[in-house]
Unconditional design. Structure first.
Length: 107
């Protein structure tokens, strides 16, 4: 991860904590152009402590907010992600239920 991707993820406004941690996890694996390599949901589960369902909901919300795009991987449910560094940086607040999913380790 370059400082550029990390700083962009931190500057993005209107994010819930769940959305921010997933965006930061993607930023950690992005190259200087905002592209990630093939990425399996299991990697995001381990990095964030979120459930698979929570990660999928969060990725959908980040895509709807215009912060990422998603491409298909070749196998195993992997995908590639692109951080939309030049077009976003400010996620609109999402009204309503902001629960993308809970921690697998929640009491």
């Amino acid at each position: 991860m370059s400082n550029h991707e990390r700083d962009w993820a931190w500057r993005s406004r209107g994010l819930t904590p769940t959305r921010r941690v997933v965006l930061l996890a993607l930023a950690q694996h992005a190259n200087g152009d905002g592209e990630t390599d093939l990425f399996a949901l299991g990697v995001l589960e381990r990095m964030t402590g979120l459930s698979r369902r929570g990660i999928v909901k969060t990725l959908n919300a980040l895509q709807a907010a215009g912060l990422i795009t998603r491409g298909r991987g070749e196998c195993d449910g992997s995908a590639t992600y692109r951080l939309l560094l030049d077009g976003a940086g400010s996620a609109p607040a999402h009204p309503g239920n902001n629960r993308e999913g809970g921690s697998k380790h929640a009491p």
